[in-house]
Design a protein around this ligand. Structure first.
Ligand code: SF4
Length: 375
């Protein structure tokens, strides 16, 4: 392994010319390993696998009914930054937001990549089902294009809540649905969020390209390590105020600005994502820390069933002593683990999976070098 890592030095050093230091990249890989419940030493393994695999993996990124917010979120990531993601870590063959080519040149690249096959297909935005004219991309209905693109794809990544569950467009008239509602013969991973946190996408890509399989998913198709294991309410810095029955009701009252945001519309009790440990904008903050209630944007119920966003999810009961007492958080089914193998379950739980994953990584990297033949 040491020799293998040494061979990757050249590539990692090359990244410094793109504005990202080797140290920053390794730090990102170590952080990703930690978020996936692995020891930080696995960061080096991820870095090696990324150098070997990610550069060679073509990605097609199609955009349907959405606001491009998830592309903006990805392009706002700092470590790694957009240039490193697009030029060094993946081979982005088609993305209407960032690509230089237009017209028949870009369509030709798209068609050639379709023929080559074995690419990753990323879908941003929802898919209209009522009438194809609601969303025409490259001269065809978006649903038709997605089905065509999925045919030779290795796996499909639904990026953002519009693509995963229909999102805000689902509340409209276009019959908007998520990717997994029209693609059933390919592995689909849902990176939900409005927008998604870029580290969720990059971590999932690193995992896939290291292990050649998707990470363990929760019952709604999201990586368990980033979503299903983390209830926003249980990890919230304001939870003690919830337990004391102290709820913000007046946005203009500075004395209550740190109190629980339940009555301001917080959907934290029924929302599952690691926002409270994996802060946004390169670790700057997150919604609740910034004073905004959780909108539940990673859940399938968003937006239609969670609106109005600033209406309380439920009302705390009044206690015998006259003061407001919080109602217990509504029961939410635990993260789905049924149907997963033992390795996947352990990975979602955390560090206990390290030895098993270590073997998997080692075999994966050996296979790439041809040291061990695949069975
Ligand atoms: Fe935090 Fe929202 Fe729960 Fe209040 S209801 S403790 S703000 S997650």
């Amino acid at each position: 392994m040491r020799e293998q890592l040494k061979q990757k030095e050249t590539g990692l050093i090359k990244m410094e010319f793109r504005g990202i230091s080797r140290r920053s990249f390794l730090k990102f890989c170590a952080a990703t390993a930690a978020l996936l419940g692995l020891e930080s030493s696995y960061g080096s393994i991820f870095a090696a696998a990324a150098e070997e695999a990610i550069k060679k993996k073509p990605v097609i990124w199609l955009q349907g009914q959405g606001c491009t917010g998830c592309s903006a979120s990805l392009l706002s990531s700092l470590n790694p930054g957009p240039a490193e993601i697009l030029l060094d870590m993946i081979s982005m063959r088609f993305n209407t937001t960032v690509m230089n080519g237009t017209g028949h040149v870009s369509v030709q690249v798209l068609e050639e990549t379709f023929k080559e096959g074995n690419y990753l297909l990323a879908i941003e935005g929802s898919i209209p089902t009522e009438d194809s004219r609601y969303c025409i991309v490259e001269g065809m209905g978006f649903k038709e294009l997605v089905l065509k693109a999925a045919k030779n794809a290795e796996a499909v990544v639904a990026v953002g809540t519009c693509a995963t569950y229909g999102g805000i467009p689902r509340a409209g008239l276009t019959g908007a649905v998520g990717v997994s509602e029209i693609i059933s013969d390919k592995p689909v991973v849902n990176i939900a969020g409005c927008p998604m946190n870029p580290s969720w996408l990059m971590g999932t890509l690193l995992y896939y390209l290291s292990f050649q399989e998707l990470p363990a998913l929760d019952k709604t198709g999201r990586p368990l390590a980033y979503y299903g294991n983390h209830n926003i309410h249980e990890t919230c810095p304001r939870v003690s105020y919830y337990e004391n029955g102290q709820f913000l009701v007046d946005w203009n009252d500075p004395a209550t600005s740190n109190w629980c945001l339940l009555l301001a519309g917080c959907k934290g009790p029924v929302t599952y994502a690691d926002c409270n440990r994996n802060w946004w904008n390169d670790g700057v903050s997150n919604c609740i820390r910034s004073g905004a209630p959780c909108a539940g944007c990673v859940q399938p119920q968003f937006y239609k069933d969670f609106s109005p966003l600033y209406a309380p999810l439920f009302t705390p009961v009044t206690g015998d002593k006259g003061g407001e007492k919080p109602a217990p958080a509504p029961a939410e089914p635990a993260a789905q683990t049924g149907g997963l193998d033992a390795k996947s379950v352990l990975l979602g739980v955390g560090i206990a999976a390290a030895p098993l994953v270590a073997n998997k990584v080692a075999n994966s990297l050996k296979n790439k070098k041809g040291e061990v033949k695949r069975g």
